[in-house]
Design a protein around this ligand. Structure first.
Ligand SMILES: [Zn+2]
Ligand SMILES: [Zn+2]
Length: 220
């Protein structure tokens, strides 16, 4: 095991205000252990039942790409969603433009919208809606440096903390700009390209309580 265990897992739940509590498992600060893999696992890793293995910084298992979305491919998945949404809205704009022209009588195709355009609309409208919501959701997650799993863990942790009269803060939320950099990379010009050279090993992550001076060696 790497140093991340020695450095972070030796702490306990008695230090909730400073320690990323979701990097440890159970009461007493046990090491995070995967029963199915029979291995200790790094912070933010989760076991995927479909892939039958632990996935670093796991977000979710996507049935559409038949693969896990996690540390290695999260940026690529996000850009895939972004470009798919752009393509869908482009198609929608073309379709609506066509319908508008037909309505104004500027297109002489018999004066009606063809069945193929109706089918196209029935496909494109729901796609725009569903993928648009998915994109907004992942923008929200990136801005907070959360995974989908961590979001739901955070909901539960917030509820428990409130019951105890405490506040819960997502431990990896470094601020909007740092969060964007951690997912999309330090070079803004590369944010829209599927580069992954910045992502590091995926076994260590800078937490918000740690030195803000980006110790990139943690993730490199
Ligand atoms: Zn596992
Ligand atoms: Zn999976």
């Amino acid at each position: 095991m790497g140093n991340w265990h020695a450095e972070s897992e030796s702490k306990t739940n008695d230090e909730p205000s400073t320690f990323p509590s979701n990097t440890i498992k159970g009461e007493g600060g046990d090491l995070r252990y995967c029963q199915k893999c029979a291995l200790y696992k790094p912070p933010r890793a989760h076991h995927c039942r479909v892939c039958k293995t632990c996935v670093l910084r796991m977000d979710h298992h996507c049935v559409w790409i038949n693969n896990c979305v996690g540390h290695a491919n999260y940026k690529v998945f996000f850009l895939f969603t972004l470009y798919t949404v752009a393509a869908c809205f482009h198609s929608l704009a073309l379709l609506l433009g066509f319908v508008y022209d037909v309505h104004r009588g500027q297109i002489h195709n018999g004066g009606s919208v063809k069945i193929s355009h109706i089918i196209c609309g029935l496909v494109v409208f729901p796609l725009c809606l569903a993928l648009g919501v998915l994109l907004v959701w992942h923008i929200y997650l990136i801005l907070q440096n959360k995974t989908t799993i961590e979001h739901y863990e955070g909901v539960r942790a917030t509820w428990i903390a409130k019951k105890a009269g405490n506040n819960y803060k997502h431990p990896y939320d470094l601020g909007i700009y740092e969060n964007l950099i951690s997912v999309l990379g330090p070079n803004i010009a590369c944010w829209v390209w599927p580069t992954t050279s910045h992502i590091g090993s995926g076994t260590q992550f800078l937490a918000s309580h740690e030195n803000k001076h980006p110790d990139r060696s943690l993730t490199s």
